[in-house]
Write a protein that binds this ligand. Structure first.
Ligand SMILES: Cc1cc2nc3c(=O)[nH]c(=O)nc-3n(C[C@H](O)[C@H](O)[C@H](O)COP(=O)(O)OP(=O)(O)OC[C@H]3O[C@@H](n4cnc5c(N)ncnc54)[C@H](O)[C@@H]3O)c2cc1C
Length: 305
């Protein structure tokens, strides 16, 4: 199918883009087009105006800062994935990005576009949510910050107003005592997941779990985050009783439904298997990082000139 007739604008300044969006209530922002263009082609979306943001300056950054990784609206998935400083600052981001689609789609699709597209089966909204990240948005009324927990309000529905452009997403940095893991099951590599789990485990000074949480994709109508107090105080290797208590807790929160790709029972089974896998890996990751830090030789200063 072909899209319905649509006007196209390619502004070169943010002000111009925001004015165009404010002046046309059913206008749509076009970023990488990897989700929007299929929707146009299938006529599941029929805006009267596309505002292509690809020529806006200063939005393609991937910046690793002490507070986290700042990803501009025009940074492609592939650029974020390839950024070594971003990987060091928050390894969960790159771990999850390697599961997003295929290389060709990652070369064009944007990480911010994926977040505001708000697909419950997508990796980035769940990762931003489990990390308590946020998005900066702009409109003709000014700028505001939307916390990840307030961002996705329904299936494919974000809390952005129709005339707002997301400028940047911020993924908080990995805490010194934390470890992370990402795992998912999809029918073929690069497909959307049948179930995916992102885990963050924090250890206390004695190496026991201080806090644990998992973010879930493709098993709830929105990306879901579940805090797991059942793990607090546990030590590795995490036993079956501990990870089973954690997945019981998650299944009590998630509203797992079946579809043509997998029954609800199968998806619940995946929640159990992947929750255990992700938590054990995140625990080991935290333990390894903490050990490496405490046993690393202290850098010496001075030396020969
Ligand atoms: C075959 C295929 C497989 C895929 N597999 C996966 C997968 O496994 N996992 C996954 O997560 N994704 C997958 N994707 C989607 C891909 O990750 C897209 O890149 C992403 O969902 C949207 O990013 P985009 O830049 O292409 O956004 P676009 O398609 O341009 O836009 C998507 C939506 O977000 C809005 N939008 C985009 N940017 C902004 C902005 N800065 N401000 C305000 N609104 C904005 C648009 O108006 C539109 O409503 C797949 C896509 C394809 C075609």
């Amino acid at each position: 199918m072909k899209p319905a007739p649509v006007a196209y604008a390619r502004p070169t300044s943010l002000t111009e883009a925001l004015e165009l969006l404010a002046g046309t209530p059913d206008a749509k922002v076009l970023a990488g087009g990897q989700s929007l263009v299929p929707l146009l082609n299938m006529r599941l979306a029929a805006p009267t105006l596309l505002v292509d943001i690809n020529r806006l300056p200063g939005l393609d950054h991937v910046m690793a800062a002490p507070d986290g990784v700042h990803v501009g609206a025009l940074a492609r998935h592939s650029a974020v994935l390839a950024d070594a400083a971003a990987r060091r600052t928050q390894p969960l981001l790159a771990d999850a990005l390697s599961h997003v689609a295929h290389a060709t789609i990652r070369n064009r699709g944007t990480t911010v576009g994926s977040i505001v597209h708000a697909d419950a089966a997508a990796e980035m909204p769940a990762v931003l949510a489990v990390l308590d990240g946020h998005v900066e948005v702009a409109s003709v009324r000014g700028r505001r910050r939307i916390e990840a927990r307030d961002l996705v309000v329904g299936p494919l529905q974000s809390s952005l107003e129709h005339d707002e452009v997301a400028l940047e997403a911020c993924f908080p940095a990995l805490d010194a005592r934390a470890g992370t893991a990402f795992t998912e099951i999809s029918r073929r590599q690069g497909d959307y997941a049948l179930c995916g789990v992102a885990a963050v485990v924090m250890l206390d000074e004695d190496g026991a779990v201080a806090s644990a949480r998992c973010g879930y994709l493709a098993v709830h109508e929105t990306p879901a985050v579940v805090d797991l107090p059942a793990l607090v105080g546990a030590r590795g290797p995490l036993g079956d009783d501990v990870v089973t208590a954690a997945s019981d807790l998650a299944l009590g929160v998630l509203d797992v439904e079946g579809d043509i790709h997998g029954t609800a029972a199968y998806r619940r089974h995946l929640v159990r298997v992947l929750t255990a896998r992700a938590l054990r890996t995140a625990y080991d990751d935290a333990a390894t990082r903490t050990t490496t830090r405490t046993t690393a030789p202290t850098p010496t200063t001075g030396g020969t000139a």
